[in-house]
Write a protein that binds this ligand. Sequence first.
Ligand code: DQA
Length: 144
Amino acid sequence: MPETVFVLNGPNLNLLGTREPEIYGSATLDDIAGMLEDRARELGLEIDLRQSNHEGHLVDWLHEAQAVGAKAVLLNAGAFTHTSVALHDAILAIRTPVIEVHLSNPHTREAFRHKSFVGMAAKATIAGFGPLSYLLALEGARRL
Ligand code: DQA
C-alpha cells in the first residue's frame, strides 16, 4: 500500500488561477494536484488533495490524517494561517508531521500576514515559490 500525503488547502484557494494572479500565478488547484500526483507516482506515494473554505473541515482533516496513518500533511491554510488557534492546536494534537505551504511569501507582504499560527506548530515551512512550494514540500515530506 503506498503511503498517503494529505494536501489540505484553505479558504479562497479554490479560486487559484483567477484569484490575484499577479500574486498567486495562473495555475489552478487542479493544475497543482496534477503536478503533485505525477511526482508522487514517481516517488511511490499517494496524494489526497482537498480544499475547504471552512476552518472546521481543515481541523477534521488534520485529525483524519493521523487516524488513517498518513505519512505527512502539506497544509496551505490560506488566511486561517494568520488567525487560527484551532489549526495551531490541531497540528500539535496529532503526531503526523505537518508542513506549512504558501504560494507567496507572507513575510514580504502586509504585516497581518507575518504571524503564522500554523508555522508556530508545523514541522517546516515552504513559501514563496508559487506552485513549486507544494512540490518542494512533497520532497521534504518524502524524506521524513
Ligand atoms: C497564502 C498566503 C496567505 O496570506 C493568504 O491569505 C492566502 C494564500 C499563500 O499561499 O500564499 O490565502 O496562504
